[in-house]
Design a protein. Sequence first.
Length: 254
Amino acid sequence: MRNSAIIRLLPHVKFPDLRNRIDSGLIAYGGELGINRLLEAYSKGIFPWYDYDSPVLWHSPLERCIFGINDLKISHSLRNKLNRKLFTFTFDQHFTQIMQHCALIDRKEGPGTWIFSETIQAYTQLHKEGYAHSVEVWHEGVLAGGIFGVSLGKAFFGESMFHIVTDASKVGMKFLFDFLKTNDFHFVDAQMETNHLMSLGARIVSRNNYLDMLEEALKHQTLQGNWNEYIKRSGKTPPFYGRGHKDGSVESER
């Protein structure tokens, strides 16, 4: 049986149904990174991933790397760092800055960055609409690492992370997963398999299984809006929340 054609994504063209589709994982090319297009893509299990010299390429791997919401592995030494309050955390305070840092990291696995000026502009707009979020990790009052991703229904799509201080991105993951668990999220989509992600507890599922999980997650309301503001309204401040200072105190973001 022949592979399905790669779609040229013109403005009026929608993404195809991926169930039982035969392809390499590359679904479409072209189009723009507008808010509606990005939301359509994520809701169908598709994400943009491309390099500077190519058009926008839209992917949905045949095997998907995901974390169950309880699957993150935390070492004893990492837990000790958390308990010693070496790091504190905030949501949605410096989204664009987090993306800029992620664009500059030297990746040991996989291709180089897919984050360019147009990508940052597009996801910043998605952030302003309340669908894209950042975790800022602080060490002695200075930004030490961070994560950004997209939230739809009860699914979180992790896009990239970085660290300046050793283990900052790992403790950021722990903080993020705890928040997602508290808010009944189902899973975190890590998209592409790497040895690093697998060592942290990620697992691989088939695309059809992933689409089943995504369909179930999207039956629930999206936690839309600025998550820092959500924490203020809820009155339930997570542990270690706020920007830390060198004297060991924590400046509340409330």
